[in-house]
Design a binder for this molecule. Structure first.
Ligand SMILES: *Cc1c(COP(=O)(O)O)cnc(C)c1O
Length: 445
């Protein structure tokens, strides 16, 4: 069976646009769709969509002619349409909805820099994108046409990175770093490269998906001067994988940039095992490795995209073992409140004893693995540890490693000090509500 080629599409409304303009990224950006009239030239809007577009504007709307052309005009449930065309359902609040659900602002030592993990930092280098995803996790800051790249903030970010030597991995995000003027992007990369402890730089970008013509040879020639550089794209459905995206990814991988994909699990878009299997298999055909599949964040405007967590577990169950191992992404919940990324997967371990572990595989085959009886932990491989972690960030591994014996909430001792509690209850003036960060600071690990 011959493999099915990825296709190229152009909505009939653009039939007369000369190829030269169509494949020019500047033309694509300056002809983005955002008004009812413009939409209606491409496909008839549903009442819910028209309502969203005529009301006081929620989150910015803008879609490149290239990307809107991938939508089936006759299908109101098209999986691409749902990602980028607003509907009135965006305005419906839900329980647990938050503006900054990942508490990124709290983790920002300087504006636009999120330092959540010990050895890596996220730099928000722009608020602009080529097209706006309706479920954007940063809709609180993204899309503002007045907010542009701030040189003063950039200098503060660089300054923080220079004096924070444990950061070895910097992620450029936003907004979309690849919509920046090429000169500014190059300046960011070269200034980061001047910092010796930054080993790798990663770019998170949906430009290859929304605006593949932006991935020119000129751009990849520039990018490859700043290796090691990694790039994660964001594709949620196979319909987004066109001949143009295939070519953009080919240019990037030929420039030596490993490509990953970060997808978001979205109701009505990709909440189906077969859709996901097709997606990951098509991604590896264009040499993009599925990296993460995210549970939808608790962000304003995204309520109608949320699925139960169980849907993600079911999808991983349907992928692991059923397709190439490197095509299976990690299913992740980015913990509300700033807990960071937490991976989830089906349970493969059924039971264990002191010498045996009982496992099941993807087929339901149940097996046992006999543990070694002569393993000597004192003979484990040695490694000279360069102390790089900040104190308090050794986490659960620190428990295994022997650094700490337990981790407890900051108010734990106060809550469990029943004798002290007696006194506090007798004396109203000393009473303080519990559980808001009081207590033994040393115990915070
Ligand atoms: C996702 C993220 C990272 C990178 O996480 P990885 O698991 O290394 O891909 C770093 N910082 C922040 C704030 C993030 O949200």
């Amino acid at each position: 069976m011959a493999k099915i080629p990825f296709v190229s599409k152009r909505a009939p409304a653009y039939a007369d646009v000369p190829d030269e303009q169509w494949s020019n990224w500047r033309w694509q950006l300056s002809h983005r769709i955002n008004t009812i009239d413009e939409f209606e030239k491409i496909f008839p809007l549903t009442d819910e969509e028209r309502k969203a577009l005529s009301g006081a504007q929620l989150f910015r709307v803008d879609i490149t002619p290239y990307f809107i052309s991938l939508i089936d005009p006759d299908d109101p449930d098209d999986p691409i349409r749902k990602q980028v065309v607003p509907t009135a359902r965006e305005m419906v609040p839900f329980t647990a909805m938050m503006e900054d659900s990942l508490a990124e602002d709290r983790h920002s030592p300087v504006p636009g820099l999120v330092h959540r993990y010990p050895d890596r930092a996220l730099m928000l280098v722009t608020t602009q994108c080529a097209t706006y995803c309706r479920y954007c996790t940063r809709s609180r800051i993204v899309g503002d046409p007045a907010a542009t790249f701030s040189r003063a903030e950039f200098e503060m970010q660089l300054d923080y990175l220079k004096r924070t030597p444990q950061v070895r991995d910097v992620l450029l995000s936003g907004g979309d770093p690849l919509v920046l003027a090429p000169k500014i992007l190059e300046e960011i990369l070269s200034r980061l490269r001047e910092i010796p402890h930054i080993e790798i730089v990663r770019i998170g970008s949906r430009v290859p998906v929304f605006l593949p013509m932006r991935i020119t040879d000129e751009l990849t020639d520039m990018l490859q001067k700043y290796h090691p550089l990694w790039l994660n794209i964001h594709v949620n459905h196979s319909n987004e994988i066109s001949a143009e995206l295939e070519q953009a990814c080919d240019r990037l991988t030929r420039a030596g940039i490993p490509l990953g994909n970060q997808a978001v699990l979205l109701a009505g878009v990709n909440d189906n095992v077969h859709v996901q299997r097709q997606l990951v298999q098509d991604l590896v055909r264009i040499r993009v490795r599925p990296y993460y599949l995210y549970q939808c964040d608790l962000v304003e405007g995204a309520g109608h995209f949320r699925t139960p967590v169980a849907k993600g577990i079911e999808i991983i169950e349907g992928l692991r073992g059923h397709t190439s191992g490197f095509a299976v992404p990690q299913f992740i919940i980015d913990a509300p409140g700033g807990g960071g990324k937490i991976p989830l997967q089906p349970n493969y371990m059924l039971s264990m004893s002191d010498h045996k572990i009982v496992l099941r595989n993807y087929e339901g085959f149940v097996t046992t693995y006999e543990e070694p009886i002569d393993y000597d932990p004192s003979k484990a491989a040695k490694f000279k540890l360069e102390k790089r972690l900040e104190p308090g960030q050794t986490g659960v591994f620190g428990l295994l490693d022997g650094e700490n014996m337990f981790i407890k909430p900051s108010s734990f001792d106060e809550v469990h000090d029943r004798q002290g509690m007696q006194h506090r209850l007798k004396d109203d003036k000393k009473w303080k509500p519990l559980g808001i960060g009081e207590g033994d600071k040393k115990a915070e690990t």
